[in-house]
Design a protein around this ligand. Structure first.
Ligand code: NAP
Length: 247
């Protein structure tokens, strides 16, 4: 297992869920982290070892400022965790709206591509890009067309980046979770708590810390080993749409 001690990392979308758990897990491994999110005030809860900076991945100027400030604060970069993302609604595609489509694709796809482009010139040899994909990026499920589209794009981008980086000492991984209990459903159902809670009812979902452990696993393989992808689902979930629930 390679040590992460003394390395530096950017984690996008670190104000809650998987991003927050990943920032904490990296700090526990001795990594100094620049954490970004729109709700930057929430990043203070991540504690020592984390520099919290405002970041809106849909805004090019915000991303440029964030990367410049992160490089200033950390003095060089080893890891980028492209985690910021969201889904909006769980409806048949014909009920989708221009605004929601733009938000989801701008965040999950353009934001992730933009952050990667801005960070790559600063990644030192031995660097690593980890993208948060999803089981939705591997197999479609009903009533999630735009989210599914965005995560298929993340998967495509991950492998395209791997092709372009071949021959350079930078590793690329996609981590594709199933049902993880975070604010994800609260955001997807626009603050409807009951609806959001229902997603995790009668099933034991994955905890964000368990996804963070997978990210740390990929990062700590020996330098010649590239973990291309990790798929992690709750035992009771066999595919995006198929979840076995107890009464
Ligand atoms: P979450 O708790 O809602 O966290 C999402 C994070 O993304 C928040 O920190 C949010 O911060 C940030 N974010 C959203 N829009 C942003 C923007 N424009 N600029 C910067 N940050 C932004 O959900 P999560 O489950 O941890 O999701 C993290 C990633 O895992 C996402 O890419 C998601 O698609 C993926 N994923 C989740 C699940 C699941 O079941 N939960 C399954 C598979 C994949 P602010 O709102 O403060 O900006």
């Amino acid at each position: 297992m390679a040590s992460l001690r003394g390395k530096t990392a950017i984690v996008t979308g670190a104000s809650s869920g998987i991003g927050a758990a990943t920032a904490r897990a990296l700090v526990a491994e001795g990594v100094r982290v620049a954490a970004g999110a729109r709700r930057a005030e929430r990043l203070a809860q991540l504690g020592d070892g984390v520099v919290g900076l405002p970041l809106d991945v849909t805004d090019a100027a915000s991303c440029e400022r964030f990367v410049a400030d992160a490089v200033d604060a950390l003095g060089g970069l080893d890891v980028l965790v492209n985690n910021a993302g969201l889904a909006l609604g769980r409806d048949p595609f014909w009920e989708s709206s221009e605004d929601d489509e733009r938000t989801v694709l701008e965040t999950n796809v353009n934001g992730l591509v933009r952050m990667t482009r801005l960070v790559l010139p600063h990644l030192r040899d031995g660097g690593h890009v980890v993208n948060l994909g999803s089981v939705a990026g591997r197999q479609a499920y009903p009533h999630g067309a735009v989210y599914v589209t965005s995560k298929f794009a993340v998967r495509g981008f991950t492998y395209a980046l791997r092709e372009d980086l071949l021959g350079r000492p930078i590793r690329v991984t996609t981590v594709d979770p199933g049902l993880v209990e975070t604010d994800f459903s609260r955001v997807r159902f626009r603050g409807d708590e009951e609806h959001a809670r229902g997603v995790y009812q009668g099933v034991e979902p994955i905890r964000p810390e368990e996804v963070a452990e997978c990210i740390v696993f990929a990062l700590t393989r020996p330098p010649h080993v590239n973990v291309d992808e990790i798929v992690i689902k709750a035992l009771a979930q066999s595919s995006g749409a198929r979840i076995l629930r107890s009464e």
